[in-house]
Design a protein around this ligand. Structure first.
Ligand SMILES: CC(C)(COP(=O)(O)OP(=O)(O)OC[C@H]1O[C@@H](n2cnc3c(N)ncnc32)[C@H](O)[C@@H]1OP(=O)(O)O)[C@@H](O)C(=O)NCCC(=O)NCCS
Length: 166
């Protein structure tokens, strides 16, 4: 299918859930891995909503778990594409926990996922251009992108050195 050349707005994807005891540790607070899985899923939904393709998680950056989340809390995960390259998207994901019996809610986790649009065979494919609505978000995502690239280059250097030293 030909790529639509006109820049496209990104719309948030939202996931909601309740923290059940099977997703908590011995202290009754939520496992980070469960929060991460929800955030990754929301990142996929946001990427799909933007690019209308399949997408895989290439990397995640700066996932900050700032407050513990108790069993019984209601979670809301909001994910949004904030930067797009040729085939990849940086998705900002914010997880908020809400007390079901009061108006209390707090932002518990923020993270950035790089999702790559792929075809049915798993090969990267081109995505639409993103209409930039927030310059600060875009610049922040550029830093996330640079950090992922630096890590990837470091990994390649280590692999090359390992081969050369054999
Ligand atoms: C992600 C994947 C499709 C990239 O394939 P690739 O052949 O390395 O692709 P390319 O080198 O052409 O890079 C494609 C895009 O991905 C980006 N990318 C690749 N690896 C990346 C990484 N580790 N972190 C961030 N971005 C990455 C590139 O910058 C490029 O972006 P751009 O097109 O917007 O400029 C491939 O590495 C893969 O399938 N990984 C496994 C994904 C997966 O299974 N995830 C679930 C884990 S449980």
């Amino acid at each position: 299918m030909p790529i639509d050349e006109s820049p496209r707005k990104s719309e948030p994807a939202i996931l909601s859930d309740i923290v059940f005891p099977e997703h908590t540790n011995a202290y009754g607070t939520m496992f980070g891995g469960h929060a991460y899985a929800m955030m990754d899923k929301a990142a996929f939904l946001a990427a799909n909503r933007f690019a209308h393709t399949l997408a895989v998680t290439a990397s995640s950056e700066s996932i900050d778990f700032t407050v513990p989340i108790r069993a019984g809390m209601i979670l809301e995960v909001v994910a949004k594409v904030i930067n797009a390259g040729r085939t990849s998207m940086v998705v900002q994901v914010v997880l908020t926990a809400r007390d079901p019996l009061s108006t209390f809610e707090e932002q518990a986790t923020v993270g950035y996922f790089t999702m790559v649009a792929v075809d049915e065979t798993g090969r990267p494919i081109e995505i639409p251009k993103l209409l930039i609505e927030d310059e600060a978000e875009w610049r922040h995502a550029e830093q996330i992108r640079a950090a992922a690239k630096a890590r990837s280059e470091r990994r390649n250097d280590v692999a090359r050195l390992a081969v050369e030293s054999k």
